[in-house]
Design a protein around this ligand. Structure first.
Ligand code: ADP
Length: 478
């Protein structure tokens, strides 16, 4: 059981509609003040096996119901997410330290849309006839089977629903492995799925440590798809395990996105957007953590940026004035501080922040570091904290070279008022999404994925169904 404020959440494994405990449990902490909110069971091979059996048993009926048969209960699920928005927002805020005001304003609504959008799209998309060839090709999108969905702690509600929506709409049944550091909102989603009338066994949840229940899940031969969002290190472990059974995987991994500001850009908007990269205490894979500023306007942009950054308030994420909440754990706080200290020791200069915040041991000041070397770890590796680097360029070629010089390729943001330049540079940037004069605008119908070590596979819109379905051609003689 997890208890957050007045909200009690059943947090045992959810298997075939029943709550099942394990002998050992893991305490769940709030990063806000490190208080224990409850515990989740630490699942093992046997629990995972049980969950996959339950998902397999539920599969035939759910798959046969077709998109229309699944539509009603999925829309009810989305409606329940909206109806329980206040509880979901508070639970996620206390569980992972996300800002309550942002959860209320955007994240819960988006989580509902993740379910609704794919339930609607399935009605249009799951099937197609190609009549022009020698045979009539009936393209069928058949559900893949049992999907393992593994999610991280930085945005559990958003990322879990982003996977649940298309997986269920396409007719699969699922086993979710929530993050052990922030499992509460997913446990609450499980309750809402049952309330929405999704049949027992369609949504199963196995809690526990990644290396134990997570590992058991990815190694299980009964899993037909694995969708994972998390670190590249774990992504590699997952791809390796998936190889044993040739299970298709979708991996959304880290990022080190460049935010490139040309001299002709709207510097005020660019500066505000740079300051927004501290959102979620920088624990966002998409975050534009590398500012690349045109040397001609760099000092002007820096002054405008610092004007925003200096006003950011670090503190309790439940309070309306707070801009930056806590990091997820002491370990993460120490990791972030280590990156900053080593950079400064190597000669970089923190023009903002550069140290833990006095708000508490898990809080860190919004930090902006200049005079960094391109090959330094703070430029090359994901920090996953409120830390941005600042570099300058003298021309487009240099901007592109710096932007592309990491192993990642998740996203980029270009700021320019010259549309030719936007297209020219945008086509040179190696990233799954390149935003122009904007950031974090995510249309659910658009493809989303990373290049390089940022991931494998594309999801979003119909691309999600390409992953969560077996695409079959039933080719019939005319
Ligand atoms: P983070 O550093 O963001 O926690 P991870 O990639 O370690 O990133 O964790 C993301 C998710 O992957 C979590 O739910 C975690 O439990 C799970 N996980 C970690 N290790 C494994 C593993 N070996 N097999 C399967 N899942 C894992």
């Amino acid at each position: 059981m997890i208890k957050i404020d007045h909200i009690q959440i059943a947090s045992d494994h959810l298997i075939g509609g029943r709550y099942v405990p394990s002998d050992s449990t893991i305490d769940v902490f709030s990063p806000i003040d490190e208080t224990v909110t409850g515990a989740v069971p630490d699942g093992d091979d046997a629990i995972v096996d049980e969950a996959i059996r339950a998902a397999r048993e539920a599969f035939n009926d759910w798959a046969k119901a077709g998109p229309a048969g699944r539509h009603k209960s999925l829309l009810k699920f989305a409606a329940l997410i909206r109806e329980n928005a206040d509880d979901l927002a508070l639970v996620e805020c206390v569980d992972n330290g996300g800002l309550l005001k942002a959860l209320r304003a955007r994240v819960i609504e988006r989580s509902a849309q993740n379910i609704e959008f794919f339930a609607n799209l399935a009605l249009e998309l799951l099937g197609e006839v190609i009549a022009g060839g020698p045979n009539v090709d009936n393209v069928r999108y058949e559900p893949a089977g049992v999907c393992a969905l593994i999610t991280p702690w930085n945005a559990p509600l958003m990322l879990t629903t982003w996977k649940i929506g298309p997986a269920l709409a396409a007719g699969n049944t699922i086993v979710i492995k929530p993050p052990e550091l922030a499992p509460a909102s997913c446990a609450l989603l499980g309750q809402l799925a049952a309330q929405a009338g999704l049949p027992d066994g369609v949504v199963n949840i196995v809690h526990g440590r990644g290396a134990k229940s997570g590992q058991a899940l990815i190694e299980h031969p009964g899993v037909d798809r694995i969708s994972f969002t998390g670190s590249p290190e774990t992504g590699r472990i997952i791809a390796t395990a998936a190889a044993a059974h040739l299970t298709p995987v979708s991996l959304e991994l880290g990022g080190k996105s460049p935010l490139v500001v040309f001299r002709n850009a709207d510097l005020d908007k660019a500066a505000a957007t740079i300051a927004h990269q501290y959102f979620n205490a920088g624990q966002v894979c998409l975050a534009g953590t590398r500012v690349l500023a045109d040397a001609a306007t760099a000092e002007d942009l820096l002054a405008r940026t610092l004007n925003h950054v200096e006003r950011l308030i670090v503190g309790d994420p439940r309070l309306p004035d707070t801009d930056i909440g806590p990091l997820i754990s002491r370990e993460q706080a120490a990791r972030v501080d280590g990156f900053v200290r080593r950079a400064v020791e190597a000669g970089a200069v923190a023009v903002a922040g550069g140290a833990p915040s006095d708000a508490g041991p898990l809080y860190y000041e919004p930090t902006l570091i200049r005079d960094v070397r391109q090959d330094s770890e703070i430029v090359q590796n994901e920090v996953f904290g409120p830390v941005l680097t600042w570099q300058t360029f003298v021309n487009e070629d240099e901007a592109v070279a710096l932007a592309n010089d990491t192993k990642y390729g998740l996203a980029a943001s270009l700021w320019t008022n010259d549309s030719d330049q936007a297209h020219r540079v945008g086509s040179e940037i190696r990233a799954g999404t390149v935003w122009v004069n904007s950031f974090f605008v995510r249309n659910l119908a658009a493809p989303f994925g990373g290049f390089g070590e940022s991931g494998v596979g594309i999801e979003g819109g119909r691309w999600s169904f390409d992953f969560y379905c077996n695409v079959k051609n039933l080719s019939v003689n005319k």
